[in-house]
Design a protein around this ligand. Structure first.
Ligand code: SF4
Length: 407
């Protein structure tokens, strides 16, 4: 399955060995929600996110204790063999924290700067300049991340006034989008004037409304060639966050816009932070941009499905493949991802199984209690008994080992 043939041209940015933009594969990233000053908790969450497939992980650096912890977190990760680059998220006092904590400045692979709160009005320009000079000193890229929740009020007020006096005024939402874009591009141009290379700058312009996000990124993408970080901010909890993020990012990605994605889900209480990584991977895989794991096709089930064996098996196969397979394209360049079919009855089961590399059709209501298995389009076995699921999982493992080497 191929992704859209056209991707917007952008300048590639190397973040600790992971290149964002410049035609490289779209990068999955995520962010911790631990107190960064808690070294152990942050180390554990970064490790979990990296193991789930996050290729960059951002951590909050909001005070001296957090900045002091960063090199220790990096050290713990290195000792555990986890190479994922860490990004520091700075607001208000980033210039001070990076100045006072050189080990933090060195340990981070990128600095995220919010131009809307880089300093209080009178000192904004000098503090922004200090941040850019620190990025140059430590040879680090930056993300200039504008967020409409912390937009530069002065800029917004000026554009609102200009719009009010215009002969052809536009909507307040359009003015707000323009302010977001001007803040991002203006800050990036200022960073370049200060000497930071174009290949050291990533932009993002996050809003929480799907239609506004699409409009703002379409405009931003047309007006510059900086690498772009996509994300719907405050996407929300559960299915709402998944659907809103997928709708917004899916449309932009289809238009060739976006070099790295973060799905900002609010975790359920006690929920798993790595869900946002899996959603990002599934979005990119569904759209044909990347292939992280083999594809499992499962029918939705219906009144013909006899038992929970079918759903359980589909989930177990998906989980097994997710956990055991590395990103497909890196391990098997040029090889189409393996497909596995898990079907609930003979109506569509054998047909779908024949299209997959390996597929099983479990017996539906009133059918003979037997499960035909197809490998590469040919029926090779009919499984019976209470352990059909285990038998099929073994066949999948054997297929992977025979065709691709040990998983
Ligand atoms: Fe229902 Fe069978 Fe279709 Fe699955 S394949 S949805 S069990 S009819």
């Amino acid at each position: 399955m191929a992704g859209p043939s056209h991707r917007r041209n952008s300048v590639g940015v190397d973040i600790g060995g992971i290149v964002v933009g410049g035609g490289h594969p779209i990068v999955v990233q995520s962010m911790t929600n631990t107190d960064t000053a808690d070294i152990e908790a942050t180390f554990r969450q970064v490790a979990a996110l990296a193991r789930a497939g996050s290729e960059l992980v951002r951590i909050t650096v909001d005070r001296d204790e957090a900045a002091a912890a960063v090199p220790h977190i990096r050290d713990r990760l290195d000792r555990a063999g986890i190479t994922v680059p860490l990004i520091g998220d700075f607001h208000y006092i980033g210039h001070k924290l990076l100045t006072d904590h050189p080990a933090c400045a060195e340990a981070l692979a990128k600095y995220r700067i919010n131009p809307g709160n880089v300093g209080f009005k009178a000192k904004r320009d000098t503090q922004f300049a200090t941040l850019i000079e620190l990025a140059m000193r430590w040879n680090k890229p930056v993300r200039i991340g504008v967020n409409w929740g912390s937009l530069d009020e002065e800029l917004l007020t000026r554009l609102m006034d200009e719009n009010a006096q215009s002969a052809n005024p536009v909507t307040a939402a359009a003015v707000q989008r323009e302010a977001i874009i001007q803040s991002a591009i203006g800050s990036a141009e200022r960073a370049e004037e200060l000497g930071l290379g174009r290949d050291r700058i990533i932009l993002s312009t996050k809003v929480s409304d799907v239609q506004h996000l699409i409009a703002v990124y379409q405009d931003l993408a047309a007006r510059c060639d900086y690498a772009l970080h996509l994300g719907l901010t405050e996407a929300g909890m559960g299915t709402k966050g998944v659907v809103a993020s997928s709708a917004a990012l899916g449309i932009l990605l289809q238009q060739g816009i976006g070099d790295t994605v973060r799905i900002s889900l609010t975790p359920e209480p006690g929920g798993d932070r790595t869900t946002e990584v899996r959603v990002a991977q599934e979005l990119l895989q569904t759209m044909g941009f990347r292939q992280f794991i083999p594809v499992v096709a499962a029918c939705p089930g219906c009144g013909r499905t006899t038992s929970s064996t079918f759903q359980t098996l589909a989930k177990e196969i998906q989980d097994h493949l997710s956990a055991s397979m590395p990103e497909w394209k890196e391990r098997y360049p040029g090889v189409e991802a393996m497909s596995v079919a898990v079907m609930g009855c003979i109506v569509n089961g054998p047909g779908e199984s024949k299209h997959a590399n390996i597929g099983i059709s479990l017996p539906g209501t009133g059918e003979t209690p037997a499960a035909p298995v197809f490998v590469d389009g040919k029926k090779v076995a009919t499984l019976r008994g209470a352990d059909v699921a285990d038998q099929f999982k073994q066949m999948v493992a054997d297929y992977i080992e025979k065709n691709y080497g040990k998983s």
